[in-house]
Unconditional design. Sequence first.
Length: 123
Amino acid sequence: MVYVPLTIYWLILFIATTTPVERLPSIGFTDKINHFIAYFVLAVLVNLTLIFQRKSRLLFEKAPIATIVICLFYGAVDELHQILVPGRFAETLDWVADASGTCLGVLVIYFLMIKLKYNLEFN
């Protein structure tokens, strides 16, 4: 069950980035803020999934760095894939916004785990 929220969100994110811009409803933020928020949420969900899964000790122990690598890789691939979507473009600054949201998402979870004294040991 730990994978369900991440899977649903990632599908929504993929569908949103595959849809031409003119078909998406405007949510009132700039493009860079949209990227930042989208990848902040993605990083939170990826990080939590890696922390709460109990199949891989390595992914559990390296959850913050694994989250950053996964999200930044996906962000780069997503930017390149948008070249194929009408009305969308690959932009380096979009990827920078993705990276910024990712890093903040990882930091928020890290500090929440410390604040809540979550046992960060693989059992």
